[in-house]
Design a protein around this ligand. Structure first.
Ligand code: TPP
Ligand code: MG
Length: 482
């Protein structure tokens, strides 16, 4: 601590001397980073680290701030390194850069992996001294019920696909905590742009089992008019943009949504989800960069579940996962245990406050595991060990962990469990029966809603499709009214 305090003072003096930055920061917020470090609340050897404690103090002011020009701050702070020649610096856009006589390449790795924030241990006991957001009994029971509902949906819809009644399905097994706990930490006004393994967010917002079933069956009551594959849910009422198959397209869109929220001075942020595979797309990098530069309120939540279909993360990147990529773009970031609902809840709550109050993007990397196959079109035992799957299913199960915690608080019992499971099962089976019986949308819907008047090429396609169906009726579903 002594080391840190003395070093902070010399950095502060340097800043005061050079650009008066300390004064600006000090006046801007009583709880600002630098202030809390100097007052000794926050102890770290890394001058750029940001603790939840200092964040909480910062957020308590509840203000909106203009750009704090993080880039300039960091460049100035870096110039105090012993090897640097303080009198020799390059004035460069973004801040002064110190010269050095040392030919040092920045290491490709910090040598130590970024640690993972958690609240509960694997047995559901809170870890001593962990800082987290308290959850009331009512919210905890709702969160647990949501996770169980998601499990039941996954089991029954998966079976429904196996019976040939729907064409496709994709489970969230193992990722129930990220789904439900992140949703619980948001406000309904926050705009969600999902990848596809986040139906729990929509469930939390009140999308009914009937609405899920209608989409999977692509019937007349499906908001997408049966045009999309199952699991491509979306609901304007719930501020949840429709899932789109090409991965990562939602990420730059989220930066754009966040920019519009910023322009309208809304008390809301955009929240977008992606898998580890999504971060290998160019769209991920474009999105992070534009979000950082435009200083927009968006939370990027990466579900790092170890696999992008059959590609393991070790074949996707050489960096320490995804979290470290945030800093490269100037984005505050955290790594959390995605199988710990309380850690996910707390970090997303904090991320949301920082995103909105400071008008900045935040990156959250949640470590988890895809316990199920990628989808009904995949058999994951062909490319990964069964005991690896079993380990995550049994020892690191996020639903069981949260239940142990709720039960130890006296908020949940075995009777509650069986009552909930049988109720949800019954409701879902009824919803599926009704969705199955509901008529399919008219074939003409395939061509509507893009142009007000059909252009000639669409008219031609529709005519050709109708002729083909007439010629080969056995190859087309008989329940789609022509
Ligand atoms: C642009 C694009 N490329 C490839 C695909 C095929 N694809 C579908 S899902 C997927 C893997 C995505 O993995 P990840 O983002 O980690 O999500 P997870 O399935 O693990 O939740 C791929 C490659 C696609 N849908 N879109
Ligand atoms: Mg993945």
């Amino acid at each position: 601590m002594a080391f840190w305090l003395s070093r902070s003072r010399s950095i502060t003096n340097l800043l005061e001397k050079r650009i008066g930055l300390f004064k600006i920061l000090h006046e801007r917020s009583k709880g600002s980073l630098l202030h809390s470090r100097i007052s000794g609340e926050f102890i770290s050897k890394n001058p750029h680290e940001f603790s939840t404690k200092s964040a909480a103090a910062f957020l308590a002011t509840g203000q909106r701030f203009n750009s704090i020009k993080t880039g300039e701050q960091q460049v100035e702070l870096a110039s105090s390194d012993e090897d640097d020649d303080e009198n020799q610096a390059l004035d460069f856009p973004g801040g002064r850069v110190a010269f050095t006589s040392q030919m040092n390449f920045i290491s490709e790795s910090s040598g130590k992996r970024v640690p993972c924030y958690r609240v509960l241990d694997d047995d559901g006991y809170p870890i001593t001294d962990t800082i987290y957001e308290q959850v009331s009994k009512e919210v905890a029971v709702r969160m647990y019920s949501g996770m169980v509902t998601l499990q039941i949906m996954d089991t029954i819809f998966y079976e429904t696909q196996r019976q040939g009644r729907i064409s496709f399905y994709l489970t969230s097994n193992g990722e129930e905590a990220i789904n439900i706990a992140s949703a619980a930490a948001l406000s309904p006004d926050d705009v969600v742009l999902p990848q596809y393994r986040e139906p729990g967010v929509l469930l939390w917002r009140g999308f009914t089992l009937q609405e899920f079933a209608n989409q999977c069956f692509g019937n007349n009551a499906d908001y997408g008019k049966g045009r999309q594959m199952p699991i491509h849910y979306g609901s304007q009422k719930h501020n949840y943009l429709t899932v789109s198959s090409p991965i990562a397209t939602q990420l730059p869109q989220a930066a754009g949504v966040a920019y519009s929220l910023k322009m309208d001075k809304k008390d809301a942020c955009a929240v977008t989800y992606m898998g580890d595979g999504g971060t290998s797309e160019g769209d991920f990098h474009a999105a992070l960069n534009v979000a950082a530069v435009m200083e927009v309120p968006v939370i990027f939540i990466c579900r790092n579940n170890g696999w992008a279909i059959s590609t393991p993360v070790t074949e996707q990147f050489r960096s320490d996962g995804v979290v470290v990529k945030g800093q490269a773009y100037g984005i505050r970031s955290i790594r959390v245990d995605g199988n710990d609902a309380l850690a996910v809840y707390s970090s997303i709550r904090m991320a949301r406050q920082m995103a909105i109050n400071e008008q900045r993007p935040i990156l959250v990397e949640a470590l988890t595991y895809r316990v199920g196959h990628h989808s009904t079109s995949d058999d994951s035992t062909k490319y990964r060990a069964v005991n690896e799957i079993e380990h995550w299913r049994a020892a690191r199960n996020p639903v069981a962990r949260f239940r142990k915690w709720a039960q130890s608080n006296g908020w949940w019992s075995d009777e509650d469990e069986s009552e909930l499971r049988s109720n949800i099962r019954k409701q879902l089976l009824q919803a599926i029966q009704l969705a199955d019986k509901t008529e399919k949308p008219l074939l003409a819907n395939l061509f509507s809603d893009v142009y007000e008047d059909h252009p000639p090429n669409l008219q031609e396609q529709e005519k050709s499709l109708r002729e083909t169906i007439k010629k080969h009726p056995q190859d087309y579903p008989s329940d789609v009214p022509l």
